[in-house]
Design a protein around this ligand. Structure first.
Ligand SMILES: [Zn+2]
Length: 424
């Protein structure tokens, strides 16, 4: 975990309700609570009446104004470092142009690849900063960020270096993931075997050696990498200390979920078409199912993934924006909580877990973020009103009044319209 962030200290009082997400804590939240943060970490959290004498008396106080306090949200799947925009493709789809036609005209992922290859590392950093600020303004304090719009070693390294630069430029914690196997670049279509070999034998060792990624991800799909190719790449990642994540079974059941289970992937993402027979394996592997309902909107689809079979199988479910410039152009993680309840079939408690504790587990940080409990980072979102349903009930632009990262206030919202950052 990055611990270069300044470590603050605070006592948060006046909490109307604390939704700590700690095991055994009341699902409706704890009334009249106090949270003590010291050296960036939570020292104590609980009901004010239980606060031991003297704890936190030496620290500055933040008044939560009777609001709802939750863990800082965890966004576990983004592609937020990229060049260019694809707003014209959104318009074209609205006018009835099929995605395949758009792709044939040079649109889709490969268009973002061209724009990202053309951008300098400094330009990538500069355009990503407002997107991160936008996430922060919505209560998100930890963000996974994937490479994957480079598709050659120098460009993938440039993106991962930009993520490292961004880490120093934002209070949010960024979790870097290598997704060199995001799509087949045009120059590799003729010899896929050579591409897979390069990724496994050259790109992954170079990325790992530079310490630029924590996870290795693969887009396993009929239009991208086969399950066999994905296995080879993820195995190389494991051998170099990069834990596996998989874009699995988004468009077709192509063996992604089974592969995730076999490789012990930390998360399997999308899973719209995961076969029922794959769920027991995912549960046994402890893999988190990451569902991405934002894609339905950008792609104009109405069939949302169903979270209920995963929960019934005992699999933790996280939701994420999947922010990217093509298929999910949103940074509104609370809105994904709304979708989780309205369309995915998650309960209120499961929807909160999906954007906090389960999302933390999906980025390998389940013991450090996503809960308000001793030993966890002092990351909080303070929401207006004390209703735990509020941030999902009021959908589109829900935002906390105050965001705390490692004990320091990093966002304080003027009451009024929520902050809306530009796309680029
Ligand atoms: Zn993705």
């Amino acid at each position: 975990m990055n611990s270069a962030k300044p470590a603050g200290a605070l006592v948060v009082r006046g909490i109307g309700r604390l939704l700590s997400m700690a095991p055994g804590a009341p699902a409706e939240g704890l009334r009249d609570a106090v949270v003590v943060i010291r050296d960036g970490d939570i020292e104590w959290a609980g009901a004010r009446s239980d606060l031991p004498a003297g704890i936190g008396d030496d620290l500055p106080t933040l008044d939560a104004g009777g609001g709802l306090v939750t863990p800082g949200l965890v966004e576990c799947h983004t592609h937020l470092v990229h060049g260019g925009s694809r707003s014209d493709e959104f318009e074209a789809r609205a006018a009835g142009t099929p995605y395949e036609d758009i792709a044939r005209r040079g649109g889709g992922i490969l268009r973002t690849v061209a724009a990202t290859r053309a951008a300098s590392r400094a330009e990538l950093v500069e355009t990503a900063i407002p997107r991160i600020r936008d996430f922060l303004a919505r209560g998100v304090t930890t963000i996974e960020v994937k490479s994957g719009y480079g598709l050659d070693l120098p460009s993938e390294m440039k993106i991962l270096e930009a993520i490292r630069d961004l880490q120093a430029a934002t209070p949010a914690d960024l979790v870097p993931t290598f997704l060199g196997a995001h799509a087949i670049p045009p120059e590799a279509v003729a010899d896929r075997g050579a591409l897979v070999r390069s990724i496994a034998e050259e790109w992954i060792p170079a990325v790992a050696q530079a310490g630029l990624a924590r996870f290795c991800d693969v887009f396993c799909e009929t239009v991208a990498f086969t399950a066999d190719e994905a296995r080879r790449i993820l195995q190389a990642g494991l051998e170099h200390g990069l834990r596996p994540k998989i874009h699995a079974d988004q468009l077709t059941a192509c063996g992604g979920a089974e592969l995730a289970a076999r490789m012990g992937a930390v998360s399997a993402d999308h899973l719209d078409c995961a076969p029922a027979g794959s769920l027991a394996g995912l549960a046994a592997a402890g893999t988190v199912a990451v569902l991405l309902p934002g894609c339905m909107v950008s792609l104009g689809r109405t069939r949302f993934p169903d979270a209920r079979p995963f929960r019934a199988a005992g699999i933790p479910v996280a939701v994420s924006t999947d922010y990217n410039p093509g298929s999910s152009v949103t940074r509104d993680l609370p809105l994904m909580g709304t979708f989780a309840m309205a369309y995915l079939g998650l309960s209120l408690a499961d929807a909160w877990a999906a954007v906090t504790s389960s999302a933390a587990a999906a980025v390998g940080l389940g013991d450090r973020v996503g809960r308000v409990a001793p030993g966890f980072q002092g990351d909080l979102a303070i929401w207006p009103g004390d209703d735990p349903r509020g941030p999902f009930y009021t959908y589109g632009g829900a935002a906390p009044d105050v965001v705390v990262k490692r004990g320091s206030v990093v966002v304080r919202r003027a009451v009024g319209y929520p902050v809306q950052g530009p796309v680029s």
